[in-house]
Design a protein around this ligand. Sequence first.
Ligand SMILES: NC(=[NH2+])NCCC[C@H](N)C(=O)O
Length: 499
Amino acid sequence: MHLFRTKPVEALGDDGDATAADVGRLRRHLSARHLVGFGIGVVIGTGIFTLTGVEARDTAGPAVVLSFALAGLVALLAALCYAELAASAPTAGSAYSYAYATAGEVVAWVIGWDLFLEFALGAAVVARGWSGYVGNLLDLPPSLFGEESTVNVGAALIVVLLTVVAVLGIRESARVTGALVVVKVAVCVFVVVAGAWFVRGANLTPFVPASRPAEENGGLAQPVVSAVFGLDPVAFGIGGVLTAAAVVFFAYTGFEAVANLSEETRRPGRDLPLGLLGTLALSTALYIGVSLVVVGMVRYDRLDRGAPIADAFDQVGVGWASALISLAAVAGLTSVILVDLITVSRIGFAMGRDGLLPPAVAKVSPRTGVPVRITLAFAALVLVLATFVPLGTLAELVSIGTLFAFLLVSVAVIVLRRTRPELHRPFRVPFSPVLPGLAAAACLYLMLNLSIETWLRFLLWLVLGLLLYAGYGYRNSRVGARAAGAGVVRERVQDPRGS
Ligand SMILES: NC(=[NH2+])NCCC[C@H](N)C(=O)O
C-alpha cells in the first residue's frame, strides 16, 4: 500500500509526463488587485447580510460584533498559513496540493474531496439564498423562488447564468466579479457611514446579555463540545459569543479561493500573500463595522431574521437605503456563487492532472484557457443540488469543510518548515510554529462548536470520498504510476521529473 506517497513541492504544479501534458495549462492573467476582487467576491455574502440578524437575536446579542472579530481572527491566522504555502507552491489545488507534498496522497485526496464539499455546496447553498432574496425583493412566487419550492427556478437560473461567465475565461470572470464587488463594498461602507448616525447607545447595552440556557439545540443539533463535556448549550453570555463565532465563521469562508487561482497569477510570490491578507483585512473591517452599526441602530431582539441590515434602515425610517442594501446583497450573493464555481473547477483540474480524477475531464480549453469540462461537470452538480435540495441548514457543513482544510494547512506549514527548511518561501508566517499551531487549535475549537449533525454529515461525506479513492484514484494516480514504472516502489517517491 502506498497511501502516503508524496509529491515533491517542486513538482506540484507540474504535470510531469507527456500524457499529462495534454491536460494543458491555465493562463496567467491575474494581479493582486484581481485576487482581492475574487477574494472579496467570494467572502462577503450571505454571512453578513443574513446571519448577523439571527445570531444577534438568538445567540450573542450586540456582542455578535465580538463573534465577528473572533471568527475574523481565526480566519486571519489561517490566511497567514495559506499565504506562506500558496507563495512557495503556487498551484491550482491549494490545500489539496500542500497535503500531497506533506502528508501524502490519501490525505491530499481527502482534502480535495473536502474542498469539493466546501465550494460546490457553498455555491448551491448561496444560490438558494440568492433565489429567496431576489424572490422576496421582486415579489416573485415563492413556489418557484422560495425555500419551500420543489423546483427552485431562481437558483437554477443564476447557476446557469454564472456557469456561462465562468467558462468564458478568467479575465471575463474577473471583470464581472470586480463590478459586483464594487457595488457590495460601496454599500457596506455606506451602511457604516450612514448607519452611524442612527446608532443609540441604549441599543448596545447590555453589550453581552446575561447567559441563559439555549431554547432548542438538544440532541443532534447541539454543538459537539456541549455533548462531549456535558455542558448545557447556552445562549448569550460569553458562551453565546463563542457559539455565534462558529456560526458567523461562515461569513469568512471562501477566501482560500485566492490560493486556488495561484496558477493564473502573474507574480504569485508577491501577489498571493497580498491577495489573501488584503481580502481578509478588508472583510474583517467591514464585518465589524457593519455588525456594530446594525446592532446599534436596532435593539438586537427586534432585528429581522431574513434581511437584518435592510430592515434596520427601514426601522429608522430610511426606506430608500433599504432598497440599496438589497441590491448590494444580491450583487454580493451573485459573486459568491461565481467565484465558488470557478474555484471548485480549479481544484478538480489539479486533481485530474494528478490522475486522481479522470484527466480527460480536467482538460483546459485551448480557446478560453479555462478547464471547461470540469467547470461544466461541477456546475451540473451544483445545479441539481441548488434546484432540488433544500439546503438552508447545510451552511454549517460548508463551514466544517472549510475549517478542516484550514486545520490541515496550518499543520502543513509546520511540517514543511521541518521537512523542507531550505524551500524558497517568499512569505513566511511570523512566529512559526506558534501562530500556525494557534491557527490549528482555533480551527479545531470552532469545529467542535458545530453541531453533532454537521459532524455526522461531514464524516459520511469523507467516507464516500475514501470509497471513490479506493475505486479510482489509488489505481490511476500519476505519482503512483511513475513510481511503479521506474521501479521505485517506496513510500516516498522522489522527484518524478528525475525518475
Ligand atoms: N466556498 C465557500 N465557503 N463558499 C461560501 C461562501 C460564503 C460567504 N462567505 C458568505 O458569507 O456568503
